[in-house]
Design a protein around this ligand. Structure first.
Ligand code: UT7
Length: 309
């Protein structure tokens, strides 16, 4: 869906969207494709790339706020679809930061020796959750999935540091009020968009810039490296201006930052693995490189992970 397509739906313009967000297009999946379908494809591709047999997978974690069902989890659906007969599957609900949280959980289980192969997915069908009457949000989001396989290493590669933080006091800046058990859909619910995504964009923007910068520095310090040692930053793709502020705060060269928001928009928990995959497939990441991932989302919740490729 292009910006021109959106001009036909709400009072907006290609110029506004591009200047304020950096987004030109986003992918919207049709009704026949579910969030778990996209997650399964991403997991299948990641497993093929990692030469990982279905029976060897111990755990599959799907980071998502748009799972197919309230229950069961997408994790269980992926497990069944891919025949991961020896695995446990579950979801992580941490909005745009979810992939970082999933990666951190996998790190704990791998480092403890409890599990050997963990598939971490970030998948979202945000189009089903978007208020298509609200121009301040509907121009931002897209559907996507991305995945990685995490396993023990012996050559110094792997997850060096991770950081997670949240602050529930800001929960109403990016939320969906109706549809849970506190405010369920009732027969007399007069549709007003409150069961879709609401965001106070400028409030979220300010905290995102500050906390993503801090999260990056924390992961770098915890790993005992210097900002200039980082080969590539893979940030959550929420807004081009947020990424530009991050570049200034970290004082890094823009060519060390992976940006693909132009094509996909904000895909929440899928955005970091999607950008990571594009960076990897296009040859931007070499063995031994330090890759810094960082994300921020509704909760508010944020986090970072530093990886030696
Ligand atoms: O992924 C989770 C984390 N999410 C984020 O980090 C997103 C953070 N926030 C943002 O990216 C930005 O705040 C937005 C892109 C959402 C909005 O950009 P902004 O520069 O903060 O715009 P604004 O909300 O302050 O609105 C400025 C003006 C308003 O008009 P007035 O009141 O100045 O007349 C809006 O009504 O732009 C108007 N506007 C639009 N105009 C055309 C808002 N959305 C649109 C639109 N097209 N789509």
């Amino acid at each position: 869906m292009t910006n021109a397509d959106l001009e036909k739906i709400v009072e907006t313009s290609d110029q506004w969207i591009l200047e304020r967000t950096g987004i030109r297009e986003r992918r919207i999946c049709d009704d026949s494709i579910t969030c778990a379908d996209m997650a399964t494809e991403a997991a299948r591709n990641a497993m093929a790339m990692a030469n990982c047999a279905p029976e060897d997978v111990d755990m599959v974690i799907d980071a998502t706020v748009t799972a197919d069902y309230t229950l069961p989890s997408n994790g269980c659906l992926i497990q069944e679809k891919l025949g991961l007969v020896n695995a446990v599957g579950f979801d992580v609900v941490a909005a745009c930061s979810g992939f970082i949280n999933g990666l951190t959980i996998s790190r704990g289980f791998i480092e403890s020796g409890m599990y050997k192969k963990i598939v971490v997915v970030g998948s979202e069908k945000l189009s089903a959750f978007t208020n298509w009457n609200d121009r301040s949000t509907c121009v931002l989001f897209g559907d996507a999935a991305g995945a990685v396989v995490v396993e023990p290493s012996t050559n110094g590669s792997g997850i060096l540091s991770t950081f997670m933080k949240s602050d529930g006091r800001m929960r109403e800046w990016l939320w969906s009020k109706v549809g849970g058990t506190k405010h369920p859909h009732t027969p007399d619910f007069a549709w007003d968009g409150t069961d879709k995504i609401y965001m106070s964009g400028s409030d979220v923007f300010k905290v995102a810039v500050k906390e993503m910068g801090r999260a990056c520095l924390k992961a770098i310090a915890d790993a005992g490296v210097k900002p200039e040692d980082v080969s590539l930053v893979v940030p959550h793709q929420a807004n081009m201006r947020i990424i530009e502020s991050l570049i200034k705060r970290l004082n890094i060269s823009p060519d060390k930052v992976m940006i693909n928001i132009e094509k996909y928009g904000n895909t929440s928990s899928a955005s970091v693995p999607l950008a990571l995959d594009e960076a990897n497939r296009s040859g931007r990441i070499k063995p031994g490189d330090l890759v810094l991932m960082v994300a921020f989302g509704g909760g508010m919740i944020w986090g970072s992970a530093l990886v030696r490729w």
